[in-house]
Design a protein around this ligand. Structure first.
Ligand code: UD1
Ligand code: CA
Length: 466
C-alpha cells in the first residue's frame, strides 16, 4: 500500500450528542472515539505520518488530544462545516500528493484493522470503493444504489431518498477509498443542491460513474460499522467494545466470573491465571501479572500489578505499583506514584500517597502515608499517619528498615526514623529517632486519685440543680 493516506473526518459538530464535548472525544470506556479509529488505521499498517485528522467544531480540544496522544498524526482544519464533501476538499493540499486516499468518518470506533486491510487489497482497480453493511434498521444512513448490472455503486442520502430508495437496507458505513487522480477530476463538481444544502462526499460516486470511472462496494458486518451519533449509540458501542476486550482476556486465560459487571479499558494488559472479580474497573495503562486476584469493587487506573498479588475487595489504585506477592485492601487508596515492594501489605482504611513501602513491610490498618519511604520489614501500628503537609509544602518522612511504629504515631515531616528504631504508641514524632532507639513523644500519664468519687458527687450536684 505504497503512497496511501488516511483522512479521519472529525470536524462535525455532533449536534445529536447534545454535549459540550466534541463527538470524536466522547469516551468509549476510558478512551475517546477517535483513539480507536486511529488505532485501527495504525494496526492496519498505515503510517501515522500518512494519517490526518480533520478538525473543526471543538477543534482546539481535538488538536490538543491528538498532539498529546498521537504526535505523528497530522491535524488539518475545516473552518466551516459545510458537509463531508467540503470536509474532504478542505484537506486537498495534503492528500493530492498521494496515490490513494482513505476517508473515514471519525465516529467508527468498532471497525477492525483486518477489515481496513481487506478493503485496501479489495479496492485494487476501483476508482472508489465504499464500505457498506446490511442494516437491521437502516434509519438515516445513506442508501446504496447498485446499478442494474451491479457494476457500479452510488449513494443517496436518506433525506434525499425516494420512498422506494428508503426501503433499501444496504447502507453507507462512512469509509471510502479513492484513487487520488480521478477524485481530483470530480471533487469540484460536488454541489450542495440537496435537502440539507451540504456538500456530500457520497455524491462523488455518482459523479465518478457519470465520467465512466469505476466504483464498488465492500460489505462488512453491521456490528463493526455502527456509527456514534447519539448518547444511546455511544452506550451501545461501548458495550460492544467492552465485551470484545473481556472476551479476549477470557480467551487468553484470565478468569472473569461475572463479565457483565466488569469494565476493562483497551490499553490494559492482564496475564493468564489472574482473576478479575465482580464489579471491578481497570483503566488506562494498567498491567496485571500472573496469578493475581483483583477483588470486588476495586478500581485500578494506571496500576502496575505484579504476580501473585492479592488486591482484596474495594481497593482504589492509581498511578502506583504493587510488586509480586503483595496484598492490598480491603478499603485502601493507593495513589500518586506509590509502590508496595515485594511481600509488603497495605490493609484496611489505609491511604498511600507518593510513598514506598519496603519489602515485607506492613501498614495494616487506618493509616495515611504521604511522601514517605519505608525500608524493609517495618510494621506501622494502627492509626499512624504522616503529617506531610505544613500548609505550604509537602515534606518527606523517612523510615528505615526493621522499624516498629507504635499505634497512633504522628510523623511531623520532615522527619526520620533510622534502622531498627521504634516509636511509642501515641507519639508525636518531630525529631529524628536514631538507630535502634525508641522515640517517645507523648505526655506522661498521671493518675488522679479518687476521681470517680468526686466526679460522681459533681454529677449528682448538677443533676440536682435541674
Ligand atoms: C454520513 C454519510 C452517510 C452515511 C453515514 C454513516 C454523508 C453526506 N453522509 O452521514 O451516507 O450513511 O455518514 O455514518 O457523508 N464531518 C466533517 N465536516 C462536516 C460534516 C461532517 O468533518 O462538514 C465529519 C463528522 O465529524 C463525522 C463524519 O464527517 O465524523 C460524518 O458526519 P455525520 O454528520 O455523522 O454524517 P452522517 O449524517 O451520519
Ligand atoms: Ca454519522
Amino acid at each position: 500500500m505504497n503512497n496511501l493516506c488516511v483522512l479521519v473526518m472529525a470536524a462535525g459538530k455532533g449536534t445529536r450528542m447534545k454535549s459540550a464535548i466534541p463527538k470524536v472525544l466522547q469516551p468509549v470506556l476510558d478512551r475517546p472515539i477517535i483513539d480507536y479509529v486511529l488505532d485501527t488505521a495504525q494496526s492496519a499498517g498505515v503510517n501515522p505520518e500518512d494519517t490526518a485528522v480533520l478538525a473543526g467544531a471543538g477543534g482546539q480540544e481535538v488538536e490538543a488530544h491528538i498532539t498529546k496522544n498521537f504526535p505523528s498524526v497530522k491535524i488539518l482544519w475545516q473552518h466551516e462545516q459545510l458537509g463531508t464533501g467540503h470536509a474532504v476538499k478542505s484537506a486537498i493540499d495534503w492528500w493530492k500528493n498521494y496515490d490513494s486516499l482513505v476517508v473515514l468518518n471519525g465516529d467508527l470506533p468498532l471497525m477492525k484493522p483486518e477489515s481496513l486491510r481487506e478493503l485496501l487489497s479489495f479496492s485494487g482497480k476501483n476508482d472508489c470503493t465504499v464500505i457498506t453493511f446490511e442494516a437491521e434498521n437502516p434509519g438515516a444512513y445513506g442508501r446504496i444504489i447498485r446499478s442494474e448490472n451491479k457494476s457500479s455503486v452510488s449513494i443517496v442520502e436518506y433525506k434525499d431518498a425516494s420512498p422506494e430508495q428508503k426501503l433499501i437496507r444496504e447502507v453507507n458505513a462512512g469509509c471510502y477509498i479513492f484513487k487520488v487522480k480521478p477524485l481530483l477530476q470530480i471533487i469540484d463538481l460536488i454541489s450542495n443542491d440537496n435537502a440539507q444544502k451540504e456538500y456530500y462526499i457520497t455524491d462523488a460516486l455518482g459523479l465518478m460513474n457519470e465520467k465512466g470511472m469505476s466504483t464498488g462496494a465492500f460489505i462488512l458486518p453491521e456490528e463493526e460499522m455502527q456509527g456514534v451519533n447519539t448518547q444511546a449509540e455511544l452506550a451501545e458501542v461501548s458495550r460492544v467494545k467492552r465485551f470484545e476486550i473481556l472476551n479476549r482476556f477470557m480467551s487468553e486465560g484470565v478468569r472473569i466470573p461475572d463479565p457483565e459487571s466488569v469494565y476493562i479499558g483497551s490499553n490494559v494488559i492482564i496475564s493468564r491465571g489472574s482473576v478479575i472479580m465482580p464489579n471491578v474497573q481497570i483503566w488506562g495503562n494498567s498491567r496485571i501479572g500472573e496469578g493475581s486476584v483483583i477483588g470486588s469493587g476495586s478500581i485500578l487506573t494506571n496500576a502496575v500489578i505484579g504476580n501473585n498479588v492479592n488486591v482484596i475487595a474495594y481497593a482504589v489504585i492509581e498511578n502506583s505499583t504493587l510488586k509480586d506477592n503483595t496484598k492490598a485492601g480491603p478499603f485502601c487508596y493507593i495513589r500518586d506514584g506509590s509502590c508496595l515492594e515485594e511481600k509488603s501489605f497495605a490493609g484496611k482504611f489505609v491511604e498511600l500517597k507518593n510513598s514506598i513501602i519496603g519489602e515485607g513491610s506492613k501498614v495494616p490498618h487506618l493509616s495515611y502515608m504521604g511522601d514517605a519511604t519505608l525500608g524493609h520489614d517495618v510494621n506501622i501500628g494502627a492509626g499512624s499517619i504522616t503529617c506531610n503537609y505544613d500548609g505550604e509544602r509537602k515534606n518527606k518522612t523517612l523510615i528505615g528498615s526493621n522499624c516498629f511504629v507504635g499505634s497512633n504515631t504522628m510523623f511531623v515531616a520532615p522527619v526520620e526514623l533510622s534502622d531498627g528504631a521504634a516509636t511509642a504508641a501515641g507519639s508525636v514524632i518531630t525529631q529524628k529517632v536514631p538507630e535502634n532507639s525508641l522515640g517517645v513523644g507523648r505526655a506522661r500519664q498521671k493518675n488522679i486519685a479518687d476521681w470517680s468519687l468526686r466526679n460522681h458527687h459533681h454529677k449528682t450536684a448538677t443533676e440536682g440543680e435541674k
